[in-house]
Design a protein around this ligand. Structure first.
Ligand code: MN
Length: 295
């Protein structure tokens, strides 16, 4: 799709599948892929929170036909939490990650990102040293398997109500350093940054070339520009480091409900009801911000 003014953005622009659908039946997958293309995106992000019933071959074919890329994301659960100090719980988390990586490869995605290190939810206590050691060891193992499959792991920084281990870019970068694998990088999300970081610039500059994936979300996760996130500062920071990676729009509403994930993300109210209007608007908004930041 030609831009009205100037060139198409250099970054691949993505949209989270939960803007389109809460499940992944073959019909939903087709609709999600077609809507992604129609709204002008290059990339679809699929959450692997429910691995049952994903037709990987069919989805891969749909994506290839449409000419769009795929990234996969997920968080873990308190029953299968890599960051648990309990070895059994941690091992279940590791198994879930390995299964997710397998599905990610079958889908033809080159990236598995999100809160790979732990459960997506409010912890009752701070993270433990032992739990963090499980994460370092577990993700180092997963990264070597991912490298064989040509997949990069992105560690998403999330807010304190969704993790007790990785709330800031600085914490994630330390974790990435300890994991010590070249195919593990940083995944930032403006929604979470708004809660935990001092500003929208310093985490990006600190990450520099270790930034591999970006989620764009408003402070209330609705229409971009209808909240108070300082997108101008953030996009200028991305331009400053020459970020050329994917930028994926993430938004949730009760209009599209995925049982489980929606509740984990505390989606309790409507911020939109027309996913297409929302996504088309976000695509324009992001392209405009990128254009302005590169002036
Ligand atoms: Mn996110």
């Amino acid at each position: 799709m030609a831009e009205a003014n100037g060139a198409r953005p250099a970054n691949p622009l993505g949209v989270h599948a939960l803007v389109w659908t809460g499940d992944w039946t073959p019909e939903s997958a087709r609709r999600a892929v077609e809507s992604t293309v129609a709204a002008g995106y290059d990339l679809l992000e699929l959450s692997l929170h429910d691995l049952t019933g994903i037709d990987t071959a069919g989805t891969r074919r749909l994506l290839a036909e449409a000419g769009i890329g795929l990234s996969c994301s997920r968080g873990l659960s308190f029953e299968a939490d890599l960051s648990s100090p309990d070895p059994e719980v941690s091992t279940r988390g590791q198994a879930l990650l390995e299964e997710s990586l397998r599905v990610c490869a079958e889908l033809g995605a080159d990236r598995l990102c999100g809160a790979l290190y732990g459960a997506l939810g409010k912890y009752a206590a701070p993270a433990t040293e032992r739990g963090r050691e499980h994460v370092v060891r577990g993700l180092a193992d997963l990264a070597s398997r991912a490298a064989e499959l040509g997949i990069t792991l992105g560690l998403e920084v999330v807010n304190r109500y969704e993790s007790n281990l990785v709330n800031t870019a600085a914490e994630a970068l330390r974790l990435i350093e300890d994991i010590g694998a070249s195919n593990v990088d940083l995944h930032l999300d403006t929604y979470h940054m708004n809660i935990e970081e001092r500003d929208f610039v310093s985490p990006v500059l600190r990450a520099d070339d270790r930034l591999g994936y970006v989620h764009i979300g408003e402070n209330h996760r609705g229409y971009l520009g209808s909240g108070h996130i300082d997108f101008g500062a953030f996009f200028h920071a991305l331009a400053e480091i020459g970020y050329a990676g994917p930028i994926t729009f993430e938004s949730f509403s009760t209009a599209v409900v995925s049982p489980g994930l929606s509740s984990d993300l505390a989606v309790w109210r409507d911020l939109w009801d027309d996913g297409f209007d929302l996504a088309a608007h976000a695509r324009r908004f992001i392209a405009d911000q990128l254009a302005a930041a590169h002036r």
